[in-house]
Design a protein around this ligand. Structure first.
Ligand SMILES: NC(=O)c1ccc[n+]([C@@H]2O[C@H](COP(=O)([O-])OP(=O)(O)OC[C@H]3O[C@@H](n4cnc5c(N)ncnc54)[C@H](O)[C@@H]3O)[C@@H](O)[C@H]2O)c1
Length: 251
């Protein structure tokens, strides 16, 4: 088979960058996009693009096909976190809705619609949607402390609809779809969102490279591997595939 091709969204920094570098080192041909110019520093086919814009998503997927003729992995990683609340004023609420839901959820829908027909034609592929432990907390723990992010949380819950439906409908076509539900991971997003945090707290956070290793493990399961799973990655717990299984089913 020719080289396997992976699309990574939001790859200029943070988790996306770790995914692009880690999958690149593992031998995948990388197609990476970001709204930020830092994307130009990566190896592979890199595009500046806004993942919430249908024309940009088409441009990325068309470019991947033009360059490589196939798409094996899609990591829907690009996302933004924002403090939003039910009591916010109307105008900022509408603006936040467009930006947060557009970046975190609409983008994943768009990439799915653009890539699924290609994977169906190939009869193979794997889609990984990047979500949060706000959706899937450590079993038995209460979800304290995640208020004040209503749009972020709703957008990540919405990803479940895509992950589970796509897993169910694409499984018979040889395509796997999984979500990873991350706790605190040391990236520019979290450092900015958390504000002034003691270095001793930051030292407890997971590292993007650990999450990338988990994704590589997930990919390595191959066509018979799990699908329709939300994998929990939690601070203070081992970041390993077998410690992450909780929801979904194995074919
Ligand atoms: N860091 C954490 O603790 C954590 C926890 C749970 C989930 N996540 C999720 O992981 C993903 C990556 O987060 P991160 O922490 O690496 O964030 P980050 O801000 O460090 O990196 C995100 C990247 O996405 C890009 N991006 C944002 N909007 C975009 C758009 N419209 N089009 C294209 N690119 C865009 C940014 O420019 C940036 O390079 C997000 O979906 C986030 O919700 C992160």
């Amino acid at each position: 088979m020719s080289e396997q091709v992976a699309i990574i969204t939001g790859a200029a920094k943070g988790l996306g960058r770790a995914f692009a570098e880690g999958l690149g080192n593992a031998g995948f041909a990388i197609v990476a996009c970001d709204i930020d110019s830092g994307i130009d520093e990566l190896e592979g086919l890199t595009l500046r693009a806004d993942v919430s814009k249908p024309d940009d998503v088409r441009r990325i997927v068309d470019a991947a096909m033009h360059e490589h003729g196939r798409i094996d992995i899609l990591v829907n990683n690009a996302g933004i976190a924002r403090a939003t609340r039910a009591g916010d004023d109307w105008e900022s609420g509408l603006r936040d809705f467009d930006e947060v839901v557009g970046t975190n959820f609409f983008s994943t829908f768009l990439f799915g619609r653009a890539v699924a027909p290609i994977m169906i034609e190939q009869r193979s592929g794997h889609i990984v949607n990047v979500s949060t432990d706000h959706v899937y907390p450590i079993p038995g723990e209460r979800v304290w402390g995640h208020g004040g992010m209503d749009l972020y949380n709703a957008s990540k819950w919405a990803l479940n609809g895509l992950t589970l439906d796509w897993a169910a409908t694409l499984g018979s076509r040889g395509i796997r779809v999984n979500g990873i539900c991350l706790g605190a991971t040391d990236t520019p997003m979290l450092r900015e969102f958390a504000g002034r945090v003691d270095e001793s707290v930051i030292a407890t956070w997971m590292l993007p490279e650990q999450i990338c290793d988990l994704v590589l493990e997930l990919i390595a399961e191959g066509p018979e591997g799990r699908t329709g799973h939300n994998l929990g990655c939690w601070v203070g717990r081992p970041v390993r595939l077998d410690d992450s299984i909780e929801a979904g089913h194995r074919r």
